[in-house]
Ligand binder design. Structure first.
Ligand SMILES: [Zn+2]
Length: 531
C-alpha cells in the first residue's frame, strides 16, 4: 500500500474516532460468548506428534511484543476496523513461548549472535555468525574449529529442500545464520574484509552462501556483493554507486548457476513469478536490489516482489520435494524502521511480514508443517499514553504532558528522534505524527536507536508446536525445529511417525479415512492446482 493511501485511510479512521466503543462490547454477554468460544477451541487443542515434513521459520527482525501489538492495531485499522481486537495471522497460532534473546557477552543482543542461537541452537557473542562463543569477533584465525551448523544445513543433509527469503540483502546477519560461519557479520563480500582476514583464509559471506551448502531457493536483496567491482547493476545501470563491489572479480551468480542444473537467476518480479511456476526450475536465486530491498511503502510494485510474493514463490518451488523442506523467511526491515525511529516504516513492514505468514498458512497444512514466528530481539519502542480506541496508531496520546504539549502514543527510549528546540521538547500535532517520515520522539539522542533486551514471543503451529511453551533460551527454537523434523542431532533417537497426510503436496489438508483419501486423489486428478 502506498504511504499516502494509508495515511488517508488512517485519517478517515481518525475522524470517526472519538472514543469509539462498539455497542455490543457494552454487553457482558458479548465477552462471555467470545471467551466461551476461545475456551472451546482451547479445550479441543490436540498436540500433533508426528514428524514435521516441512518447517518454516518466520523471523521478524526486531519484532518485539510492543511492535506486534502496534502492528495488530495498524493492520486492523488498514482493514477498516478499530484495531486492537483484530487478530494478526501470527495471533492465530495456537502455542506461544517467550524466548530469552541475550548474547553470551551482551544482555541486549544483535542479529548475528541471535541468528546463531535460533538457527544453529548455540548461543554466541555479538557480531559473529555460525561460530560458537569460543571464536572472537574479527579474529579470522578463531573461526576454524568453532563452526556450528544451522538447522537449514542439517535439513538439507536429511534430503529436504531448503530456502532463504528476506527483505534485506541475503548476506545480512539473520539469513547468513542459515549458511555462513564468520567472525565478522559485515564481511558481505571480499571488499568489506581486511587484507589480513583474507590472507588468513577467511571467506566473505556471499562466497559462503554459494559454496558452503546447496540452498535451493535464495530470495532477497544483495546483488552488489555477487558481482565484480564496476559491474553495472541491471536495474540502475547509470548509477555507479549500485555497481558490483567484488575485488576478486568473481561473478558468484554465474558460479552458482554453473553448480546446479536447472538453476535460474532472476532480478525482477515478473521473472520471479514465471520461474516459480516453471517446474524445470530446481534452484532459484532472486536478488531484487543491489543492497537491502526497499521498504514496502516505497517498493516499485511492478519491478520488485513483496515478501508475501517471495514467500509464495519459495513454498511453491520447495514443496516439489516429496521429502519436504525447510524455509527461513525474514521480515528484515522492521528492525531498520525502528533504528531510524520511524514507527511508520517498522509497523508497515510488520504488517507485510504478517501477510507473508498468512499466505504460507494458506499454502501449507498444519498437519505436516511446523511454522514458527519469532523475533531475534526487541527494540526500545513503546506504546502508551491511554490513546482513545480507534485513534490512529500513529496518533496522539490522550491529554497533554507536564510541559503542556501533546505527545504520541508511540515513543522510543533512544535514537535519532530526540529533539530539543531552544532547550525544550517540540510539540507535535496529529497531521505531523501520522506522516510516513515522522520520527517519534526519543529520550536519549543516538544516531541509531538500539535494540532492547526483553524477551520476544515465539508463536507456533503444526507438529510439535506444543513444545513451544514457557520461558526458553532462544536456542530452543533451533532444537524444536530439528527434533520435529527428525534432523541432526535428533535423527538416531527419532521415532516419530510420518505425518498423517496421504498426499505429498504441501498444501493439502490431512484426510484420515481411506474414503477421504480416495476423494483426495480424485480431486487431485480433477483439480491440478487448488491454489
Ligand atoms: Zn538492528
Amino acid at each position: 500500500m502506498q504511504g499516502a493511501c494509508l495515511l488517508l485511510l488512517l485519517g478517515l479512521r481518525l475522524q470517526l474516532s472519538l472514543s469509539l466503543v462498539p455497542v455490543e462490547e457494552e454487553d457482558p454477554a458479548f465477552w462471555n460468548r467470545q471467551a466461551a468460544q476461545a475456551l472451546d477451541v482451547a479445550k479441543k487443542l490436540q498436540p500433533i506428534q508426528t514428524a514435521a515434513k516441512n518447517v518454516i521459520l518466520f523471523l521478524g527482525d526486531g519484532m518485539g511484543v510492543s511492535t506486534v501489538t502496534a502492528a495488530r492495531i495498524l493492520k486492523g485499522q488498514m482493514d477498516g476496523k478499530l484495531g486492537p481486537e483484530t487478530p494478526l495471522a501470527m495471533d492465530q497460532f495456537p502455542y506461544v513461548a517467550l524466548s530469552k534473546t541475550y548474547n553470551v557477552d551482551r544482555d541486549v543482543p544483535d542479529s548475528a549472535g541471535t541468528t546463531t542461537a535460533y538457527l544453529c541452537g548455540v548461543k554466541t557473542r555479538m557480531k559473529v555468525i555460525g561460530v560458537s562463543a569460543a571464536a572472537r569477533y574479527n579474529q579470522c584465525n578463531t573461526t576454524r574449529g568453532n563452526e556450528v551448523t544451522s538447522v537449514l544445513n542439517r535439513a538439507k543433509k536429511a534430503g529436504k529442500s531448503v530456502g532463504v527469503v528476506t527483505t534485506t540483502r541475503v548476506q545480512h546477519a539473520s539469513p547468513a545464520g542459515a549458511y555462513a560461519h564468520t567472525v565478522n557479520r559485515n564481511w558481505y563480500s571480499d571488499a568489506q574484509m581486511s587484507a589480513g582476514a583474507k590472507k588468513e583464509g577467511c571467506q566473505d559471506i556471499a562466497t559462503q552462501m554459494v559454496y558452503n551448502m546447496d540452498i535451493d531457493v535464495i530470495l532477497g536483496g544483495g546483488r552488489r556483493y555477487m558481482f565484480p567491482e564496476r559491474t553495472p547493476d541491471p536495474e540502475y545501470p547509470r548509477n555507479g554507486r549500485q555497481n558490483g563491489v567484488r575485488k576478486d572479480k568473481r561473478n558468484l551468480v554465474q558460479e552458482w548457476q554453473d553448480k546446479h542444473q536447472g538453476a535460474q537467476y532472476v532480478w525482477n518480479r515478473t521473472a520471479l513469478l514465471q520461474a516459480a511456476n516453471d517446474s524445470s526450475v530446481t534452484h532459484l536465486m532472486g536478488l531484487f536490489e543491489p543492497g537491502d530491498m526497499t521498504y514496502d511503502i516505497y517498493r516499485d510494485h511492478t519491478n520488485d516482489p513483496s515478501l508475501e510474493e517471495m514467500t509464495e514463490a519459495a513454498v511453491r518451488v520447495l514443496s516439489r520435494n516429496p521429502r519436504g523442506f525447510f524455509l527461513f523467511v525474514e521480515g528484515g526491515r522492521i528492525d531498520h524502521g525502528h533504528h531510524e525511529n520511524i514507527a511508520y516504516r517498522a509497523l508497515t513492514e510488520t504488517v507485510m511480514f504478517d501477510n507473508a505468514i498468512a499466505k504460507a498458512s494458506q499454502l501449507t497444512s498444519e498437519a505436516d508443517t511446523l511454522t514458527l514466528v519469532t523475533a531475534d530481539h526487541s527494540h526500545v519502542f513503546t506504546f502508551g499514553g491511554y490513546p482513545l480506541r480507534g485513534t490512529s496508531i500513529f496518533g496522539l496520546a490522550d491529554g497533554k504532558a507536564n510541559d503542556g504539549k501533546s505527545y504520541t502514543s508511540l515513543l522510543y527510549g533512544n535514537g535519532p528522534g530526540f529533539r530539543l528546540y531552544w532547550g525544550l521538547r517540540p510539540d507535535v500535532d496529529e497531521i505531523e505524527s501520522m506522516g510516513p517520515n515522522y520520527k517519534q520522539q526519543a529520550t536519549v539522542p543516538l544516531w541509531s536507536e538500539t535494540h532492547a533486551g526483553e524477551d520476544v514471543a515465539v508463536f507456533a503451529r503444526g507438529p510439535w508446536a506444543h513444545l513451544m511453551h514457557g520461558v526458553q533460551e532462544q536456542t530452543f527454537v533451533a532444537h524444536v525445529m530439528a527434533f520435529a523434523a527428525c534432523v541432526e542431532p535428533y535423527t538416531t533417537d527419532c521415532h516419530l511417525q510420518p505425518p498423517t497426510i496421504p498426499m505429498d503436496t504441501a498444501h493439502q489438508a490431512a484426510c484420515p479415512s481411506s474414503l477421504a483419501l480416495l476423494v483426495g486423489i480424485l480431486l487431485q486428478l480433477l483439480v491440478p492446482a487448488l491454489h
